[in-house]
Design a protein around this ligand. Structure first.
Ligand SMILES: [Fe+2]
Length: 491
């Protein structure tokens, strides 16, 4: 059953802005090699841009939330000025069950859960959130945690799950694992509602699980991302929880506790439970890390620096804000993102924290992947525009930060365009960290079509050097990655 079934959708779904315009699902899995191009695709870079995002394959049973859709990967392969596009659903267990039944079986975020069901277990692991590349496979992940699906990078066929070791079975592995491109190691975390509430692990370059330890938290939490340095991993415990009573009743009700600190676990990459060190910081909540690295300060002490885009929580939080609304509504109600820095001093155990930028409203930070875990100079973010509805943050443009000079450059083409997270694609034989391109899907709402935009990362303000018109919409989505050509299997 395809999405033609949406024609028969009840009016309350037709009116749902999460199923319209650039959010509207598509029902074709395409392979395309010929395109109309505005400008010229640069011939001095090769590799693959892959982005994940929600695309419901069956008509939702009730109210539909943007986060509910089945994971679909969209891959754009560049080879010396040539380009191909392919899209395919991640063939999750849940999607296979839906296909067998001919309908959507699991409830969505806005629907009432079955009696006695735990929220994590009742929802479908759609694998719609994040994608990374490791050991010759794309790894597709879900923000609520679950099995990680392995996908062939060329065919986008789902070929298995990341269960190289039986110890991983049943772990709710989160979106936002991190790959150290220099060692080939894959660092991940899992979280859930059951004690010890978090796990941390490392899969080595050839796919073996090398490290897996429990990370005990005071209770169930909602971590979304982690950070790595060359020698450490940093896990997050922010004071945002589900109301325990609501959780028992099978639903989520978010609570922010300003009286608690943010806590960060610093763990040697292959460390044991007794090597976990906790650092405290001001109460905040953050979805995404930009990067982290180790640095020696003036006193000769090692500090771990972590940069990210937390929410600028009100200083005097009195509980009156609707936290759920806060998390979805960016650029309204004075609730915005900051670009922020924490420094964890391994000698003193102290944390220093500071704002990098509270002027621009940015999120979805990306870097040159080779610098993941190592000191870098440039970060590339989505510039957030004013949200159209509570659930629809508007990805209005791109921003590039220079951490050395403290400057930022932005590009925003005007009303009607909607960006995706744009990873950095290095030029062949790069001469500098930012010697390459930012590549991303852009929904052109003026002409109602999706395009791939290629922007010279050293000349962001000039806008795209090439705009490639796609024959089918790429519905708005979430996270992406860049895969270097040398790492891809040969076709
Ligand atoms: Fe995310």
């Amino acid at each position: 059953m395809g999405l033609e079934t949406l024609v028969d959708t009840p009016p309350y779904l037709i009116d749902n802005p999460n199923l319209q315009g650039g959010f509207a699902p598509v029902d074709q899995e395409l392979v395309v090699h010929e395109f109309e191009v505005i400008g010229e695709i640069p011939s001095d870079f090769s590799g693959m841009y892959v982005r994940n995002g929600p695309v419901p394959q069956h008509t939702p049973k009730g109210k539909y939330h943007w986060y509910d859709g089945d994971g679909m990967l969209h891959a754009v392969h560049f080879q010396q000025g040539r380009m191909s596009y392919r899209n395919r659903w991640v063939n999750t267990d849940g999607l296979q069950a839906d296909r067998a039944a001919g309908e959507s079986l699991a409830p969505g975020l806005k629907q009432k859960l079955p009696e006695g069901a735990l929220p994590d277990h009742a929802l479908k692991n759609t694998s719609n959130t994040d994608v990374k590349y490791h050991n010759g496979k794309l790894l597709s992940m879900w923000y609520r945690g679950g099995a990680v699906y392995q996908v062939d990078p060329l065919s986008l066929e789902t070929v298995g799950k990341l269960e190289p070791d039986p110890r991983l079975k049943g772990l709710q592995i989160s979106a936002h694992s991190r790959v150290d491109e220099r060692t080939g190691e894959y660092m991940f975390f899992a979280y859930g509602n059951l004690h010890p509430y978090m796990h941390y692990g490392v899969v080595n370059a050839s796919g073996q699980l090398q490290t897996l330890i429990p990370v005990e938290l005071p209770g169930p939490r909602l971590p979304h991302d982690m950070a790595i340095t060359a020698n450490y991993s940093i896990l997050h415990d922010f004071p945002l929880i589900n109301n325990p009573e609501a959780l028992k009743a099978g639903r989520y009700s978010l609570e922010f506790h300003p009286e608690w600190n943010s806590r960060f676990a610093v763990i040697p990459r292959h460390g044991s439970v007794d090597q976990i060190r906790w650092f405290e910081a001001d109460p905040r909540y953050m979805l995404h890390v930009a990067n982290a690295w180790e640095e020696v300060n003036d006193q000769g002490e090692t500090e771990i620096v972590m940069l990210g885009t937390p929410y600028a929580m009100p200083k005097q939080f009195d509980g009156s804000l609707d936290v759920k609304r806060l998390l979805f509504t960016i650029g309204t109600q004075g609730t915005e993102y900051e670009f922020y820095q924490w420094r964890f001093n391994l000698s003193t155990g102290q944390t220093r924290e500071s704002v990098v930028d509270d002027i621009l409203n940015t999120e979805f930070p990306m870097i040159n992947g080779w610098y993941q875990g190592y000191k870098n100079r440039y970060t590339y973010h989505v510039l957030m525009g004013r949200a159209r509805t509570v659930e629809q943050p508007h990805f209005a443009g791109l921003a590039k930060y220079d951490l050395e000079t403290g400057s930022a450059v932005t590009y925003h083409p005007g009303e009607g365009y909607w960006f995706s997270e744009a990873p950095f694609a290095p030029r062949d034989n790069p001469q500098a960290e930012d010697d390459g391109y930012l590549v991303g899907f852009v929904w052109n709402g003026l002409q109602e079509r999706s395009e791939v935009w290629i922007i010279d990362a050293q000349k962001l303000a000039n806008g795209p050097v090439a705009r490639v018109i796609l024959p089918q919409r790429v519905p708005h989505g979430f996270h992406s990655t860049w895969v270097r050509e040398a790492l891809l299997p040969q076709a």
